[in-house]
Design a protein around this ligand. Structure first.
Ligand code: C2O
Ligand code: CU
Length: 473
C-alpha cells in the first residue's frame, strides 16, 4: 500500500515536471478511493451486450496478501479472490473453465437460481472436472444481488486454499446514485510458519468440529487494506463471506450500518444496525457513512462471534480494513431514493413439513450428519415443482452452523411459520448453538438433485450435507 502510494505520487511528479516545465507541476493524481481493495475484473469477450463470456482458469499461483507475504495458493486466474464477474439481470453467462490444478474440481455458483446441470454438484449435476480438464458453464442469471463462486470438490481444502470469487448481478431499476460502491470479499487463510498452506486436516477431529479458521483475515485478498472515504459521504459495500469456517461480525466504532440487501438482493426495507454478522456463504448489501476529521483513520473491526467453544475465548477484535478520511465534498452528495423491494411473503398453509436435525457422532473419526446420517449414506428429501415446504432445522450440537440450500431462495420464518420482517430472500441461514431455524421454500420446475449443507465447509466435508430431489414423480 505505502509503496504503491509513494510510486503513484512520484510518477505524478515526474510526469508533471516532464510535460509542464514552465508552469507549476499539476497536483499528483488522486489515489482512487478503492485502490487498496480493487478486485480484478473478469474480461468479457462477447460482443453481445446481453452475454458475458469469460475464460476462467483454476491454477496454483503466488499471491501477495501483505507486504512480503506471498503464499502459493489455489486461485482462479492467479488472483485472490478470483475475478469479479459483473452482469445484469437476464444476462447470459458463459464461462470457459479450465482446471489447471493438480486435483479435480467443479464450480458451484452460490445462490444463483440456474438449472441443476450448471450447479457444479459433483456426481449429481456433472462429473468432477479432472486435472487438465475443461467444462463450459452456460446459464442466464435471473436475480439481482451479490453471489459468489467456489469449488464443490474437497470444498474445505479448495476454498481454504483460495478458490472463490464474487458475482455481482445488477438491476438498473435498483441503481443508486452512490459513486463509492465496492464489493468486499471477506475470507481468511491458514498458513504455516514458512507461509505454506496448512494441511486441510490440521488439528484432527477437534479442527473439524470447530471448523478451521485461518489466522490471516483478508478483505479482497489483502490483510488490512485501506479504503478512502470522504467524510459524510455514503459508501455502499456489497459484502460476501467466502471464508470456509469463520463468521464475520463487523463493527465500525461510532457508526452504524444500514442493511439494504441480503443473499438474494434488496430486502423489503432498510434496517440500521450497530453490528452485522455474516456466516460463511452469507451476503449483505450495506450503506455506511464514514464521519471524521480529514486524515484520520476509522477501523473496520472483525469482532469475535459466539459460534461455539473456541470462537470467543481469548480472542480480541481485529482491524481488517482501515478507512482513511478525506475532506467532505463542497456539494452535498445526491439524496438517495427510497430503497426496498416488494417481496411477497410465502404461505406456510399447506406446506410439507421437513425435519432436519444437525447431528454428530464419533466413528473411527468424527462424522457429522443430518438426521444422524452423513451425506454419503443419506436418502434425498423429495419435492415436486410448485410445492411449498417448511424446513425445521434443529441444531443438536454445541457449535453453530450456517445452512445453505443450492438453487433456491427461501424465507426465514418464526415458530408458527410467519416470515420474519423485513422480508428477505435468503439461501444461507444461521442455525444457532442448540437452536432451531425454520425456512419456507417454494420449488419451481428446475428438476434435478440439489445439495443442502452446512457452509462451515469442514462440517460439510465431514458429512453435514444432504440432497433434495426435485422431480415430477
Ligand atoms: Cu456455497 Cu454447496 O455451497
Ligand atoms: Cu456446521
Amino acid at each position: 500500500m505505502l509503496i504503491r502510494r509513494a510510486s503513484a505520487l512520484s510518477a505524478g511528479l515526474i510526469l508533471g515536471l516532464a510535460c509542464a516545465p514552465t508552469e507549476d507541476p499539476p497536483p499528483p493524481p488522486e489515489i482512487a478511493w478503492d485502490e487498496g481493495i480493487r478486485l480484478k475484473l473478469a474480461e468479457d469477450r462477447s460482443a453481445d451486450p446481453a452475454t458475458v463470456e469469460i475464460d476462467l482458469q483454476a491454477r496454483v499461483a503466488r499471491v501477495e496478501i501483505a507486504p512480503g507475504l506471498t503464499p502459493e495458493l489455489w486461485t482462479y486466474d492467479g488472483a485472490l479472490p478470483g475475478p469479479l464477474i459483473r452482469l445484469h439481470t437476464g444476462d447470459r453467462l458463459i464461462v470457459h473453465f479450465r482446471n489447471a490444478l493438480p486435483d479435480p474440481t467443479t464450480i458451484h455458483w452460490h445462490g444463483l437460481r440456474i438449472p441443476a446441470a450448471m450447479d457444479g454438484a459433483p456426481g449429481f449435476s456433472q462429473p468432477e472436472i479432472p486435472a487438465g480438464g475443461e467444462f463450459t458453464y452456460d446459464f442466464v442469471v435471473p436475480d439481482a444481488g451479490l453471489y459468489w463462486y467456489h469449488p464443490h470438490v474437497a470444498s474445505a481444502q479448495q476454498v481454504g486454499a483460495g478458490l472463490y470469487g464474487a458475482i455481482l448481478v445488477e438491476d438498473t431499476r435498483e441503481a443508486l446514485p452512490i459513486s463509492e460502491a465496492a464489493v468486499l470479499v471477506l475470507s481468511d487463510l491458514g498458513l504455516g510458519e514458512t507461509g505454506e498452506l496448512l494441511p486441510p486436516d490440521s488439528g484432527g477431529d477437534v479442527g473439524t468440529l470447530f471448523g478451521r479458521e485461518g489466522q490471516h483475515v483478508l478483505v479482497n485478498g489483502k490483510k488490512r487494506p485501506e479504503l478512502r472515504a470522504r467524510s459524510g459521504v455514503v459508501q455502499r459495500w456489497r459484502v460476501v463471506n467466502s471464508a470456509k469456517s469463520r463468521y464475520f461480525q463487523l463493527g465500525l466504532a461510532g457508526h452504524t450500518f444500514t442493511v439494504i440487501g441480503a443473499d438474494g438482493g434488496w430486502i423489503e426495507a432498510p434496517v440500521e444496525q450497530e453490528r452485522v454478522v455474516l456466516a460463511p456463504g452469507e451476503r449483505l448489501d450495506l450503506l455506511v457513512t464514514p464521519q471524521g476529521a480529514p486524515g484520520s483513520l476509522l477501523e473496520l473491526q472483525w469482532i469475535p462471534f459466539d459460534r461455539g467453544f473456541g470462537s470467543t475465548e481469548y480472542r480480541d477484535p481485529e482491524t481488517i480494513l482501515d478507512l482513511r478520511l478525506t475532506a467532505p465534498p463542497s456539494e452535498p452528495p445526491p439524496a438517495l431514493p427510497a430503497i426496498g423491494r416488494e417481496i411477497a411473503p410465502l404461505e406456510a398453509g399447506g406446506a410439507t413439513a421437513v425435519e432436519l436435525r444437525l447431528t454428530q457422532e464419533q466413528r473411527d473419526r468424527l462424522v457429522l450428519g443430518i438426521n444422524g446420517v452423513p451425506s454419503w449414506e443419506a436418502e434425498p428429501v423429495m419435492a415436486r415443482p410448485g410445492e411449498t415446504q417448511i424446513w425445521t432445522i434443529t441444531n443438536t450440537m454445541d457449535w453453530a452452523h450456517p445452512f445453505h440450500l443450492h438453487g433456491f431462495f427461501f424465507q426465514e420464518v418464526d415458530a408458527v411459520g410467519v416470515p420474519l420482517r423485513p422480508l428477505a430472500w435468503k439461501d444461507t441461514v444461521r442455525v444457532p448453538i442448540k437452536g432451531t431455524t425454520r425456512v419456507l421454500v417454494k420449488f419451481d420446475d428446475r428438476l434435478g438433485m440439489w445439495m443442502f449443507h452446512c457452509h462451515v465447509l469442514d462440517h460439510a466435508d465431514a458429512g453435514m450435507m444432504g440432497m433434495l430431489m426435485l422431480g415430477s414423480h
